[in-house]
Design a protein around this ligand. Sequence first.
Ligand SMILES: C[C@H](O)[C@@H](O)[C@@H](O)[C@H](O)C(=O)O
Ligand SMILES: [Mg+2]
Length: 441
Amino acid sequence: MVHGRVSRLSVHDVRFPTSLGGHGSDAMHTDPDYSAAYVVLETDAEDGLKGYGITFTLGRGTEVVVCAVNALAPHVLNKDLGDIVGDFRGFYRQLTSDGQLRWIGPEKGVVHLATAAVLNAVWDLWAKQEGKPLWKLLVDMDPQTLVSCIDFRYITDVLTEEEACEILRQSQVGKKEREEQMLAHGYPAYTTSCAWLGYPDATLKQVGCGTSFCRQFKVKVGADLQDDIRRCRLIRNMIGPEKTLMMDANQRWDVPEAVEWMTKLAEFKPLWIEEPTSPDDILGHAAISKALAPLGIGVATGEQCHNRVIFKQLLQAKALKFLQIDSCRLGSVNENLSVLLMAKKFDIPVCPHAGGVGLCELVQHLIIFDFISVSASLQDRMCEYVDHLHEHFKYPVLIREASYMPPKDAGYSTEMKEDSVKRHRYPDGEVWKKLLTAQRN
Ligand SMILES: C[C@H](O)[C@@H](O)[C@@H](O)[C@H](O)C(=O)O
Ligand SMILES: [Mg+2]
């Protein structure tokens, strides 16, 4: 039974100096320090349980998100957890409809990232109190309760509550077998760790494609065409003709440029081009999709899609072939559920964005749930995996034979090790104190 009143919300600015090694670098984010606004919820339940929530950020952006989390805190403090999850749709709407804060959103940007961090902590606490990993909490929930967590405002023209319930009801068939399949074999992953844009060739060879167990790889492109051709050739030669290669431009191009550039990279047989242009340009994505379809290249996007409305339109406009949910950009599990259900209705495979710090830990729950309870398919589906920073989590992901094995611990795998948080807090954690002093000298 869910219990307790939220007695404290604290939020920390936690940063990792990943830019020093070029980890995470792409055509637009050349010096990313993987970071998180890290929320801790405490209750008066005296059961020793806390809820941990993160949203993923890059370096200096974190302090702005921390500020937004503090601005949302009054909506959570002193609330009964039972009341929150008992009317989760209402609570989601309360957070996203704050009459003053919504002006700096609504449901996008900093304030939405903050919503994600807070709600991720609520879901973690709920799952912990139920003694289940989040994916299992979702799998065991009846369709009516699941849809009662979703705010259908702005999407009823493509998905009503009744339709959502019906999708979930139909997917009850074979659920038990699919859960067993996940527990035995896990969910297929692909890696991006092999080809960050800032990696020299020696690092590419050493880290990446040596991972013989992996069958699917993603390479960063978009800054310099000749260099892309060279790097894609190198990687294609390393992985061989059979394995799957994806490309990611991180929003670098205009629409015609995306088509031209990808036409030149088509010889390396990419399955998809990810974020070819602005994440807000729905019709631009549609035009690129149409132009690249004859070359066998699909468009993938989602890691910077603000909310369910953008996903709705991308689906309506046939603008993408692979949909990439993000556990920390959308409004937590609640909003991700609506996107998973819309993707099912449009029959578009979901291939989540992960990596960063903690994104793999979180999104594995959503995609495992998706397979068991919504999509019921692994066709054209895989979840991103990036091999950085897992050691800072109390319940790190478990990858076996290039697949995510379903987490067994209760919660949303969001909890970081206390010592890691302490050492990486900006600017007073030991790691940053040292770096900042070195920079000054
Ligand atoms: C700045 C980040 O590392 C991004 O490059 C990364 O999220 C990327 O787009 C990805 O798809 O993994
Ligand atoms: Mg990407």
